[in-house]
Design a protein around this ligand. Sequence first.
Ligand SMILES: *Cc1c(COP(=O)(O)O)cnc(C)c1O
Length: 404
Amino acid sequence: MHYTKNKLLIDRINVDRIIRKFGSPTYCYSYNKLKENILKFKKNFIKINPLICFAVKSNNNKTILNEIARLGVGADVVSKGELMAALKSKINPKKIVFSGVGKTYDEINFAVKKKILLINAESKSEIETILQVAKKINKTIDIGIRLNPNVDANTIKEITTGKNSNKFGLSEKEVINLINYYKTSKYLNIRCLSVHIGSQITSHIPYLKMLKTVQKIIDKSNFNFKYIDLGGGMGINYGQNSKELNYKKYSDKINKFVKKNKVNIIFEPGRSIVGNVGYLLTKIIYIKKTSKINFIIVDAGMNDLMRPALYKAYHRIIPTKKNKRKVSKRHDFVGPICETTDKFLSLNSYQKLDEGDNIVICDVGAYGKVLSSNYNLRVGANEVLIKNSKVFRIRKKERLESII
Ligand SMILES: *Cc1c(COP(=O)(O)O)cnc(C)c1O
């Protein structure tokens, strides 16, 4: 993304032209960035040679999933719908793991029929349901058990998952009990110990603590896991502070861990693969000036991008036409939704803007479109992909008639 003659380009395509052609608001993704992120991720863990299972919940666009599949990556799914989307996008079932605390009998049955790699169970009741499915079809099912290591990921509290006050996974003690209880089962094959402590993690310290607990379980249970699934959660730089995860320190530790335990590593990254791949393009409908604030009212709302309202998440906003006329007044970038939290960003100054100008909300490829809704009975945004210097529409927004 850069400016040429003060006009914003993404992968050398003029952003205003994309909006003219595909309308506004539009989610726009960069294939180049997606590929770069996947190659970088692989490089960061090159010595470990992990199975990378992309967390589909962060972005479930079929074309994006298909591009991910072509780059050799698998999927981490959390519902039957996501599993169907992954399979339709040609992700290899032997590279798919199924996570989540509330998998139903029907979902487990479907996953087993599709011969996916692993079902990562999160409770004894769930394991019992998997057992019922196995008995019904008289087959052995490969499972993982998800550990809750009681580690604080030091991230936004709404997206931490590895503390014992969170609903996810099982405690050390429970995991060991369940291994002992089910390890002789004729119908269940415990293959994996899984863990995922949260999202947007920018320090390696929680990860090292998590690894320590995983090691403890391996030692105490004296059980040979084929896979250790370390989840995702790697944070990205949204441009607010420059804290970034030290991949080297994390991967060095995993390296030693792998050598010692002779296991295969699985990762489930979402945000770090697609976060900075996506942009939300939106048009300024009105500028409403009060004595203290200029409200920049755009045609994207919290129904299109929920993260600022949901987690107070920070997303950079940049104009598609740059100028040097600075306006030193508070600017609130807001949507049309009838909610005060329908606000993307508040800044103390900004360049001069006019009604009809376009702006770009950055780094929305993960947990952007997937969290959108029809609140206020609004249709969603189109999705487009820039690949090989061309722009393709990769999901059409709904028709208003079909959601009424
Ligand atoms: C959400 C989730 C992920 C992905 O998290 P990111 O922060 O997007 O990398 C991975 N594994 C599980 C089990 C999840 O719930």
